[in-house]
Write a protein that binds this ligand. Sequence first.
Ligand code: SAM
Ligand code: SF4
Length: 341
Amino acid sequence: MPLLDQRQRPLENLRLSVTDRCNLRCRYCMPEENYRWLDKSRILTFEEISRVVDAFVAQGVRKVRVTGGEPLLRADLPRLIEMLAQKSAIRDLAMTTNGVLLAQHAQALRDAGLHRLTVSLDSLDRTTYRLLANRDDLDRTLAGIAAARDAGFEDIKLDTVVIAGINDRELPDLIEFAREQEIEVRFIEYMDVGGATLWRPERVVSRSDMLAQLTARCGAIRELPRHDSAPAERFELGDGTRFGIISSMTQPFCGTCDRSRLTADGMWFTCLYAERGHDLRALVRDAEAPAERLAEKIERVWSGRTDAGAEMRLASDRRGPLADAEHLRDNPHLEMHTRGG
Ligand code: SAM
Ligand code: SF4
């Protein structure tokens, strides 16, 4: 019997942020000059992460996504992947990366047992990439995607955050690029999450605007049936090319949300928009605490969960960034690059 929350949503999907550091500065995620980083002494070791994951698996988690910050900045990451890949109950082990360091690590990640990869790629144009990421790393990201294919990854996705006036004219090019690589791109509506201090409503390109633009430029689009609780809706062009849209802003999927997030220092968040997390580090570091205490805490928190942050924000009529820069410096756990996108 799966562990259900108050809205009958199972605990199925865990996002593991392994570092809050990043080598890019995407304007929708880390636009500020300075950041307050998590205290190094609090960052969970791989052994501690593995014990926490065991407790989540005992409560029903079957899908784990390693993320960050930029997960490939964490030293020796393939060792953690190997530890996670050995847990047979995890049927989906994925990672989200900006791809900059992927060429160096793709083979080791594949050999360690990583199943799937999502690479964030917001533009194929060098100037636009630099404008969005604040670094000139397009070539390295593209090399990372090629290396992942060479390493034998069969399931690679591209994620593109679409921002009005910046990269919203590039959707057909990104679809074409993905088609050539035999992978699929998903377009994400720009979200007003923590860290997105430059967010403005007029910068959001909605699902319906994306579809209208694509229909005008690529012809008729067919919506594909959904089979799971994944956030992306999938579509097909007339020539059979497929792509996805994640419309967290205009059509939140809180009703089927089975995800939660663990930060690199062991704070557990049951909603992307949650103000407060639950400290699992203290329990995993307490040599006296029996292993079941972690699983009990997870069960207690999840069974009381009512979160529907994106729905609540949609209902609010004065929408703006979730937090200002000062509030984020006081509480870095609010940041998307800390809690893991
Ligand atoms: N650094 C890695 C990367 O960029 O793929 C992993 C961490 S990043 C926080 C995970 C995902 O969050 C990325 O795909 C990124 O595009 C997305 N993201 C960050 N801020 C966002 C925002 N304001 N709106 C929508 N997606 C966002
Ligand atoms: Fe870094 Fe990813 Fe955030 Fe970009 S989206 S700043 S790559 S954590």
